[in-house]
Design a protein around this ligand. Sequence first.
Ligand SMILES: Nc1nc2c(ncn2[C@@H]2O[C@H](COP(=O)(O)OP(=O)(O)OP(=O)(O)O)[C@@H](O)[C@H]2O)c(=O)[nH]1
Ligand SMILES: [Mg+2]
Length: 695
Amino acid sequence: MTDPRTGTILSGRPGSGAHRVVALCGPYLSGKTSLLESLLYATGAIGRRGSTRAGTSVGDATAESRKRGMGTEINIASVDYLGDQWTFLDTPGSIEFQHDTFAALAVCDAAVVVCEPSPERVLALAPLLKYIEDNRIPHIVFINKIDSAEGRVRDMLAALQNVSTAKLVLRQVPIRRNAADGSEETVGYVDLVSERAYRYKSSGASDLIEMPAEILPRESEARREMLETLSEFDDTLLEQLIEDVAPEKSLIYRDLHDEFGAQKIAPVLLGAGDRENGVRRLLKALRHDTPFVTETAKRRALLLDKGPLDKNTTAECFKVLHQAHTGKLSLARVWSGALGEGQSLGGQRIGSLLRPFGQRLEKIAEAKAGEIVVLAKLDALSAGQSLSSAGIAPVTDFPPAEPPVFALSLSAKNRNDEVKLSGALFKLAEEDPSLSYEPRAETHELLLKGQGEMHLKIAVEKLAGRYNVAVETAPPRVAYRETIQAGATQHARYKRQTGGHGQFADIKVEIRPLQRGAGFRFVDKIVGGVVPRNFIPAVEEGLRDYLKEGPLGQPVVDLEVRLVDGQYHSVDSSEMSFKMAARIAMSEAMPTCKPVLLEPILKVTVAAPSDSTARIQRLISGRRGQLLGYDARPGWSGWDEVSALMPESELSDLIVEIRSVTQGVGTWRASFDHLQELAGRAADRIVEETKRRAA
Ligand SMILES: Nc1nc2c(ncn2[C@@H]2O[C@H](COP(=O)(O)OP(=O)(O)OP(=O)(O)O)[C@@H](O)[C@H]2O)c(=O)[nH]1
Ligand SMILES: [Mg+2]
């Protein structure tokens, strides 16, 4: 359907030339980029199929992806398929690059969740499926690598249903055969709606074959299950099933379409993306069932204020790239109207418009509703913002940046690079908001924070490779403190006689410990002006100055110093001399006050699937943690949150271990709780290390 006023394609019919967007997502190495390559090949967009292993695919063409053999960023490619335009957003599977995945999901009409055919690995899908379902994104599950499947598809389906709220509807059953080595292999499939059987080929479209007799019992069982699930949402179909009437195929297709769009069901397809098996079936399902741009805009309530038929242009930026030769690139989806080169919109001038295809950018004159386009040098527009005649505004349902779970202390190897470093970090964080940086005054460090070791490693490589800033990294320092366990009374005098007039100050202080969390308290007990009013702030300043680094090399907290007595000289006394006297008093008294190290203890919450809760608890105990308890994770069925008090020094690589016992899906957060005394060998080691660093 076309809007007669604007020519915008509104919705409704495959083959109308509309532009739809599909996100390919799924766990690490499940085969998304290989599938993209096959989708491009099957639709004729590329003439030769590359491979992710050899680094010749359209998707994994960035330097980072080629080097690591993994996706680290969104890859984009558009194709023309049977009269429609399709843009595929291939996303990284690694949880460390999840922000890009969520950003791609935000702007897609439908998602294809690509997974491995093994039930044991289904857990890795949980956070992704939760995000998809929370955002009501219509999605197809594509069980990939069916060539290497060992278990049965129905077991896989049951495992998937455990992490899925939408009802899963299996649309194909595999045709399996004994291979020469005695194992079973999948050689084709039966489509459960059309009841046709196909044999896979090593490349190209599958061959239609006669239905193998031995598959019939399984086929009719699976078909019945499919129809029963659909009938939960359609009374007509339910009646037909009860009365044993064979439903029309058109009714089944309609139900599949409607319940998919309404996110009541998620169809499940089978295939092998690296050899085009099941790829055309997937394309057809997408063609029939993927909602159109106006429906997606409606689902996200994006154009509510203007009404869906508005000819005004609205676009949403979902990702920013910075490239040396092109400057800032804003990747955007046009939700309504059209963007034209040179046009002015909401106070912004649209410069060049580019259409991405892997690493290639092709110049275009106009981008219509539904399209994904790259806007060059539109510096004001960043991810999570929309651009319309009203100007630039935040998009409220855009995925927020994931809170950091891993950090490193970062410094430029060359001091002269510091300005360059902060400029480069700004750009990296704009490209990927789940990466952040922040000076930490307590430990005099610059912290680079993100989603894991690989995430930060790649950021550091980009700093060196793209921005020419060599940096050093180290685990973040712990913000130790120290305090005292005993008091003291100290007299100190500062006196110098150098030619003209000299320096003189004399003070007496009483030092005593305070309770934890009290900080530093200065009390002025001077009577009779033995230390003149105007010099008292200088005494306090001298004390505070000393307390920045106590006898153990750490900032001193939780103590009180009272200024109780003193003397001055009308000519020689000065602020400077009282400041010095205060320092002398402290450096003499403090080592006698039984100084003790304080280590920060954080309240930590680990979120993980319930079957790993016991392992998480062991892990916490093994890192000097004190378990506080556990509870159901709000909004996550089958997940727990374990809370504990843990020393900051045990947390720097906690995420690595949490992931290793949770198939990569567990996470944690923490907040400062209190400082706790630390004595013995551990404390000695820290004091020694601090001294070594200061030397
Ligand atoms: N046997 C088999 N291997 C496959 C299939 N699809 C992909 N692979 C292999 O699985 C590995 C990962 O494939 P990719 O396409 O790079 O996976 P990805 O999901 O894009 O990976 P990330 O982007 O890093 O999450 C590669 O070695 C592929 O050759 C398949 O259908 N069958
Ligand atoms: Mg990939």
